[in-house]
Design a protein around this ligand. Sequence first.
Ligand SMILES: [Zn+2]
Length: 265
Amino acid sequence: MVIDFHTHTFPDKMAEKTIAHLEKIGGIPAHTDGKRGSLLESMKKYGVDRSVVLPVATLPKQERSINTLSAELNGRDGIFYAGGIHPDCEDVCGTLDFIKQSGLFGIKLHPDYQGVHFDDPRYINIMREAAKRDLYIVTHAGIDVGFRSHVHCTPDMILNVLGELEGVIDNKLILAHMGSYEMPSEVLCKLCGKPVYMDTAAVLDLYPEKCVEIIRKHGADRILFATDSPWKPQGDYLRIFEELELSDGEKEKILAKNAERILSL
Ligand SMILES: [Zn+2]
């Protein structure tokens, strides 16, 4: 069983434009055209059994359409969806209730694309309310290739949030990109051992040895295999992951067992 916990797709009618825009600001070419059908093709081709799509609400007015679509498609063809919520959401409780009632496992936050620091009181409120509803919170963490000059979610901000919400979001927070993109040394000294999950999205090919070091220090029980497709290819990522110096038991947890627990499979 292989679960890719971090992917992106866009509705067919806007995929081409969105991918072109993101390719331009991030300076990274996409490996698929960003459509759901192409993710499915990639999964079949490389033996990925399930994928998790993480949509981002870049404006409050997008929440309703994102969450309605996520609710409609969730679980179909092995693709699961997070809900989207914006820090300026007008009805945090109502939006989170809808996400929970729709059977989605959690929400996705993106501090760079939502223009808010991760330890902002608006995010803290959203995370507190999400955790109350037993929803997971996935956040982009570390540098974003589209916004290199200003990092909106640093390891220190993550520590602030963990301090503020101590005992409230334990093991509910999922930090993308192995804790913080392109900041593995800070992750090692500040975040390893904290009650958070980390995913391998977009960094596994950049610094595989550092990833192993982080996994060893943090523990394989709270690491999730993830690619960030279409920005990284699922086939290459699986190959790189298989070559990591980890035990079969650790690989099994990271590839599927941990994600199955989160997705209640
Ligand atoms: Zn991503």
